[in-house]
Ligand binder design. Structure first.
Ligand code: PGA
Length: 260
């Protein structure tokens, strides 16, 4: 794992935007795995700004989002389809026909999950998978105890995830209980992973992911098996790590090491 520690959230976001921009410039038809959540909002804003100011183009990229709530139609204001439209797709030149999310309102969500996994494979797999991390260590909606061998499927959300996401809904009761999510193994099949975490409320999950044992109790710890996983943190999210001196020695100010 490459652990890059940046002084603050803004610097962490810019560093993540650099890596995504570099990927898309080197391979304009890259397949991107995209994520949602509060952490990603400033990242999408930074990418949209680079599109506007520097001509960074997503016209040839294909994207696959990690997850979608079951039961929410794409135009539901709390759906991840709507989030992605508002936060990113509407501000860049990505082809809507190649911007994919699981179909949360499909009549048969199980079949829709299998179709989604097949679609990723048909696109040649994911070049760069962007990830956030839940306070409980989830990636996508792979909640603690999710199989580390899992592929896209239906997951029941934990109450802690529903409470964290309740802010987007009218009440806890209205916060969906089920989602379609790509699996831990789907994520590990990506050629590169880029996880971004900011803020002290992520510090414990980050420490479990990076320095804890690999365990389904912290699904993000499965990234220890990935040969090309980069973890971008601000100092607050890095605050429970024990080997900070080492990470800062290898990647001073979160920059590439001399061997990168
Ligand atoms: P957040 O969500 O960015 O809103 O904290 C991250 C996640 O749950 O993966």
């Amino acid at each position: 794992m490459k652990v890059l520690i940046l002084p603050d959230a803004q610097a962490a976001i810019q560093r993540a935007a650099d890596i995504i921009a570099r990927t898309v410039i080197a391979k304009p038809d890259a397949v991107l795995g995209l994520a949602t959540g509060g952490t990603m909002l400033p990242l999408y804003k930074a990418l949209a700004q680079r599109h506007r100011d520097e001509g960074l183009s997503f016209a040839k990229t294909t994207s696959f989002n990690l997850d979608e709530y079951i039961g929410l139609a794409p135009d539901h204001p709390c759906s991840y389809h709507h989030y992605m439209q508002e936060a990113f797709f509407a501000h860049v030149d990505i082809d809507p026909a190649r911007a994919h999310l699981p179909k949360g309102d499909a009549p048969d969500p199980q079949a829709a999950s299998l179709d989604y996994e097949a679609l990723i494979e048909a696109a040649g797999g994911i070049d760069l998978q962007l990830l956030g991390i839940g306070q409980n260590g989830h990636i996508g909606f792979n909640e603690p105890t999710a199989s580390l061998g899992s592929r896209t499927r239906i997951k029941t959300l934990t109450d802690s995830t529903r409470r964290a996401n309740q802010r987007y809904f009218a009440s806890f009761e209205e916060t969906p209980r089920y989602a379609i999510t790509t699996g831990v193994a789907t994520i590990l099949s990506s050629r590169k992973c880029l996880l971004v975490a900011t803020g002290e409320d992520k510090a414990e999950a980050v420490a479990n992911m990076v320095e804890g044992p690999v365990s389904a109790a912290c699904p993000a710890s499965a990234l220890q098996f990935h040969a090309r996983a980069t973890i971008i943190l601000d100092e607050a999210a890095a605050s429970a790590l024990k080997l900070t001196d080492y990470y800062e020695n290898v990647h001073p100010q979160g920059q590439d090491s001399i061997f990168d």
